[in-house]
Ligand binder design. Structure first.
Ligand code: SAM
Ligand code: SF4
Length: 328
């Protein structure tokens, strides 16, 4: 009989975020500093075979959904090969990817044919100057070219993640809503989390309370509840009646959802991290490398036992680890 992974608070873990690299081709202010970064050594990074083997063991514990992330997952060489392997050699029911979109124009077709179900593209502004500012050197047009290509090759739904910051881009939410009228995009607004570089963003405006913004939008535009075809996260969705797309809200601070958390993270260097907010983790690199299935399984169970009940960001907790090494 299938054994399900449960934590001490009765939450079932069935979803794994797999970070394939801690490197990135951008340096978003809320995620990575410009200088002083220390990346994992090459020999510490899990190979594709090691990732697949770990997912097979996770499958036996009831984890049947996964998302590839990073750093920037598309900078990992031959990523479509990993996607094919995960599709052919594991029992994942859903496999998606989160990307900054810079390499999407080139890779979208191969990603679609390799068996990816859908993608999330992080894009914080519709304005070229703001996009370059927040990412430090990204070009908006490159991401749009990637989004167009992803649409052409049928990678659907395309979810766009927009981190909303006070006095920086909160005035764009209505522009995004407008975009969903004639496009099938699922635009998800995220609250800033005090993790790594995100802990002090006062120079860029900082935290915006999105539940207030959501309530204003619902009232002003008569939004109705909506549901994207796929997904398994904490977002709640709304749309303008008749619109092709929809908007969603992910509110870790103003509407904390830790009681429904169903996920673990596997870092690029083989750590299982049961919670974004704390540095608790189980190091599995050696046992994964040794192919020791019992020890890998025991590592997952240990991580479940360590999973904290929830964060305390809303009352000033700060998490030191960089988001780019945790996998978002
Ligand atoms: N590079 C890819 C990307 O940008 O989509 C994947 C990794 S990135 C760490 C994953 C997600 O984490 C992105 O949507 C990003 O906006 C989000 N993120 C990074 N730092 C954050 C923070 N401090 N608070 C909230 N979200 C954050
Ligand atoms: Fe890179 Fe994504 Fe972090 Fe931006 S949010 S620096 S694109 S890992």
């Amino acid at each position: 009989m299938m054994e399900f992974l449960k934590d001490r608070y009765g939450r079932r873990v069935n979803y794994l975020r797999i970070s394939v690299t801690d490197r990135c081709n951008l340096r978003c202010h809320y995620c990575m500093p410009l200088h002083g970064l220390q990346f994992h050594k090459k020999e510490e990074i899990l190979s594709f075979e090691e990732i697949v083997h770990t997912v097979q063991i996770a499958n036996r514990l009831g984890i049947d959904r996964a998302r590839l992330t990073g750093g920037e997952p598309l900078v990992r060489r031959d990523l479509p090969v990993l996607i094919k392997m995960l599709r052919n050699e594991t029992d994942l029911k859903e496999l998606s990817l989160t990307t900054n979109g810079l390499l999407l124009e080139r890779l979208a077709e191969e990603l679609a044919t390799s068996g990816l179900d859908w993608i999330n593209v992080s894009l914080d502004s519709l304005r070229p100057d703001r996009f370059t500012r927040i990412t430090r050197f990204g070009l908006l047009e490159t991401v749009w070219a990637g989004l167009r290509r992803a649409t052409e090759v049928g990678l659907k739904p395309i979810k766009i993640n927009t981190l909303v910051l006070k006095n920086f881009n909160e005035d764009e939410v209505e522009d995004w809503l407008d975009l969903t009228m004639n496009n099938e995009f699922v635009v998800r607004f995220l609250e800033l989390m005090p993790i790594g570089e995100g802990a002090d963003l006062t120079h860029l405006g900082g935290f915006a309370n999105l539940s207030e913004i959501r309530n204003e939008l619902i009232e002003k535009f008569g939004l109705v509840p909506a549901k994207p075809g796929r997904g398994n996260g904490p977002a709640r969705y709304w749309k303008v009646p008749g619109a092709k797309g929809m908007i969603g809200f992910i509110l870790p601070i103003s509407e904390k959802y830790c009681d429904t958390c169903n996920r673990f993270r596997l870092t690029a260097n083989g750590e299982i991290r049961p919670c974004l907010a704390y540095d608790v983790h189980v190091k599995l690199l050696d046992v994964i490398r040794a192919g020791d299935e019992d020890a890998i399984r025991a590592g997952f169970l240990e991580a479940a036992d360590m999973k904290p009940e929830g964060h305390h960001w809303e009352v000033g907790q700060v998490t030191q680890t960089l988001m780019s090494s945790l996998g978002g």
